[in-house]
Structures are given as C-alpha cells and as structure tokens.
Write a protein of this length. Structure first.
Lengths: 112, 114
C-alpha cells in the first residue's frame, strides 16, 4: 500500500537558518503530494501541494518539488523564524481521491 | 467562510462506554473525512463520506462508524470504548472541483478513555 517516510525530529535550528525536512513516498500511479503543518493545540493546515512530477509547491517562504525519479518531496525554507516552530507532516493522496496517507511528522524547533 | 468546526473539543469517557463526535464542514464542501491521531500510530484515516455515502474506509474495527447528513455535517461514533481509543480525532472537509484533494482540518476532539 501507499506509504510516506519523513525524517524523524526534532529538528532544532537557530532563527534565519536554512531548513530541509526530507520526505519520500511509495505509491502506485501518480499521487498528489502535500505538506501540512500543525501548531500546538490546533488541527492541521495545508502548507503547500504539488499534483504532478516536477511541480513546485510554495507558500510562506516554504517550497517543495515533486521528484518522481527519486519519489521525494523535501520541504525547504531559506530562513526560518521562531514562529515556524511546529510539527510538519508530509502526505499523499492517490489520483482521483482525497484520502490522505501521512508520514509520522517532524517537529521543528526554532530558537531566537 | 467559517472553517471546519468540531464538537465537543474535549471528552472524557470510561471503558465500555460509547461516544459520538460531530463535525461541520466548510460551507459548500460535500466531502468529510475523519482521522485518528495518536503519538504511537500518528495520523490514520478512518473513513470518508460524500453526499451521505461512505466512499472510503480505513483499517479500523467495526466499533468505529460514521454517517453524514444531507447538510454535509458528519458524526462519528465509537462503541465499547477501549483505552487505546484515546486520541485526537480530526475531521477534514474537501471542496468539489479542481481542489477536490485539498483537505481543510478542524481543531479536533481530544478523547480520553479512562
């Protein structure tokens, strides 16, 4: 079945550092790929998405590129802020469906 | 537009009891999905409803059930509660059209089983 693997955290960075959170997936066909973010005590918010190979999703300074050849969708940000501290989830949905398969989540802690 | 709302936000139950959780999707959204979030298993898909029909189901026992009403509001029910059912239950709604696979999540219902 479909699965998503992302790097374990926590990832601890200083403000203005470069962020990479790795995500790889296993799926049949052509899934859509997503990054969601969860702040403490809240539900998940869609951060960005990509629906086909070589698409780049971007939002609030975060970017991720759909790499079919390496089955990856790594999240990057050039300069993190303290307010970016949260748990980040990589997810996929099969073509034609909205059901999400999530990775385990990566906690990001940014210090001033 | 108002976001996805879930009630109640917190619940405490004892083993063997049953519980009903409620979800109101974003206006105009017809698909509602439910997920269970636990520290050990992460986020797991329970089921999805579209136009009052269950369209997809995850790998959970029959104690977990749901339904959707004509106004797209959804409820999920867990019968004969077990300690392992303690979790954050998240509801998400999706629009129709090109963004059908974008899910918008509510704040969740925190269920504690004692």
């Amino acid at each position: 079945g479909d699965s998503v693997t992302q790097m374990e955290g926590p990832v601890t960075l200083s403000e203005e550092a470069f962020l990479t959170i790795n995500c790889t997936y296993t799926a049949t066909g052509y899934p859509s790929l997503f990054w969601y973010v969860q702040y403490p005590g809240e539900g998940l918010q869609l951060l960005l998405k990509a629906t086909k190979a070589d698409d780049k999703g971007s939002n609030k300074g975060f970017e991720a590129t759909y790499r079919k050849e390496t089955t990856s969708f790594h999240l990057e940000k050039g300069s993190v802020q303290v307010s970016d501290s949260a748990v980040y989830f990589c997810a996929l949905s099969p073509g034609g469906y909205s059901t999400l398969t999530f990775g385990k989540g990566t906690m990001l802690l940014v210090s001033p | 537009k108002a976001g996805v709302t879930q009630t109640p936000r917190y619940l405490i139950k004892t083993r063997g009891q049953q519980v009903t959780l409620s979800c109101s999707p974003i206006s105009g959204h017809r698909s509602v999905s439910w997920y269970q979030q636990t520290p050990g298993q992460g986020l797991q898909f329970l089921f999805e409803y579209f136009s009052e029909t269950q369209r997809n189901k995850g790998n959970f026992p029959g104690r977990f059930s749901g339904r959707q009403f004509s106004n797209s509001r959804s409820e999920m029910n867990v019968s004969t509660l077990e300690l392992g059912d303690s979790a954050l239950y998240l509801c998400a709604s999706s629009p129709i059209g090109d963004s059908y696979n974008e899910q918008f999540f509510g704040p969740g219902t925190r269920l504690t089983v004692l």
